[in-house]
Design a protein around this ligand. Structure first.
Ligand code: SUG
Length: 413
């Protein structure tokens, strides 16, 4: 039985605000702020609990070893001697944003009947470019069953940012789907992170039969939508998108309707919610999920409720007869301040849960154990000027070790 499992990246103990992502307005705005890793990670756990309470299956990915000494060694330095920008890049807790871990194609879409996962290379941003080796190690552990095919990343310089630029539309999770790859060509002053050749390579490697390639609008990237999942999200037959998300939208919608006649496109007009409000509130960086009842819910960040135009649109939609029947608001403020909303924090995998290494699946009891480790070991606060403090580094390294020991995943130590 195939179901959708959301794997959330546990927010690591080095979570900080170094402003490393050009084009990500929240991260840039909050550069230099004090971060609160313990509160951040507990917010992540609370979001997972909210998903469990909705009757959804939940998985986890683990924080990576930070600082990344292997990466610094490849740059010919040690953390203590590295220049400040390299220290910050080596210390980022960015693997929390699991939507950028990989692109996932469920088995019904692939010619060989396995679920394919391609780890993302994330080459556009230095602090993210060194995530993939450890992500790959985790994917190879979690999805070692022959039901899965796990691929190494597409080579540089073709930037690939994983599921954040990929949408799957299907009558249901277990039905064959249409996979939509959204790439960027130009983003005005900001980098376009997803290269079309990377999207094409992933689609070929996944042996997909029904695929669309769509360009992200330059306007959206320039307004701060550094990933497509900041302006669009799909689930089952529903595409929920901002009016200005895509270049060549009419063609895209027409192709989609031909390939999946039951598709339902819910478009939010710019006249009702500006691109700026959509990006500030992360309306589309919500988890659009199918509940056990068959209805769809939208798991939104608190910022969506705080943005009047967005909340008004949502209230009207839910009062009408649109596909989103329920709104669930979560507090992920610490991640949001780095530009990561509820959907960034998770990677969706449609599979039979019996084929997943159970150490990567969670229930309430396991989340209690994880929360206890976070409460006891995650730093409470990281003032930006102390990110290289040796005592902090020792604490960050010890905290991760305790978590991996608690979860009995020694392979990643
Ligand atoms: O890549 N922020 C991440 C946010 C990723 C959000 N993911 C999705 N949209 N799926 C990024 O820009 C900021 C880290 C810093 O500046 O220290 C950062 O990497």
């Amino acid at each position: 039985m195939l179901i959708e499992i959301n794997f959330d990246g546990i927010i690591g103990p080095s979570h900080n605000y170094a402003g490393l992502s050009h084009g990500n307005l929240a991260a840039t705005r909050n550069r230099g702020e004090t971060s609160f890793p313990r509160a951040a990670a507990l917010q992540g756990v609370a979001k997972m609990r909210a998903n469990l309470a909705l009757g959804l299956a939940q998985g986890i990915f683990l924080p990576h070893a930070r600082p990344d000494h292997r990466w610094l060694a490849s740059l010919g330095t040690r953390f203590e001697d590295a220049p400040p920008h390299s220290q910050a890049q080596a210390l980022s807790a960015s693997p929390m944003w699991a939507a950028n871990a990989a692109t996932v194609s469920p088995a019904p879409d692939a010619a060989d009947g396995t679920c394919h996962l391609s780890v993302a290379n994330l080459v556009t941003m230095p602090h993210r470019s060194h995530e993939w080796p450890e992500t790959l190690a985790q994917l190879r552990l979690a999805f070692a069953d022959p039901a899965f095919t796990v691929h190494a990343p597409v080579p540089a310089p073709f930037g690939d940012e994983g599921a954040a630029n990929h949408m799957r539309l299907a009558a249901s999770h277990e039905a064959p789907g249409v996979e939509v790859f959204v790439y960027g060509i130009s983003g005005g002053p900001f980098p376009a992170r997803q290269h079309p050749d990377a999207s094409a390579a992933v689609a070929r490697k996944h042996r997909l039969e029904r695929v669309l390639f769509v360009q992200q609008s330059e306007e959206a990237i320039a307004a701060g939508a550094f990933h497509n999942d900041v302006v669009a999200v799909a689930n089952g037959p529903v595409l929920f998108a901002h009016e200005l998300a895509f270049a060549g939208k009419d063609r895209f919608y027409a192709d989609l309707r031909t390939m999946l006649p039951q598709v339902e496109i819910v478009e939010v007009p710019a006249a009702q919610v500006s691109l700026a409000d959509a990006i500030k509130s992360y309306l589309f960086n919500a988890q659009l999920v199918t509940l056990p009842s068959g209805e769809m819910a939208l798991v939104l960040p608190g910022e969506a409720r705080d943005t009047p135009s967005v909340w008004r649109w949502l209230q009207e939609h839910v009062a009408g007869n649109g596909p989103i029947r329920r709104l669930e608001v979560v507090d992920v403020r610490q991640s949001m301040a780095n530009g990561g909303g509820p959907a960034c924090l998770r990677l969706r995998v449609v599979c039979d849960p019996a084929t997943v290494d159970p150490r990567f699946l969670v229930d309430e009891g396991k989340l209690d154990r994880i929360a206890r480790v976070i409460e006891a070991h995650w730093p409470e606060a990281i003032p930006f000027d102390s990110i290289a403090d040796p005592a902090l580094i020792a604490r960050v390294e010890a905290a991760r070790r305790v978590l991996l020991e608690t979860l009995e995943i020694p392979e990643l130590l």
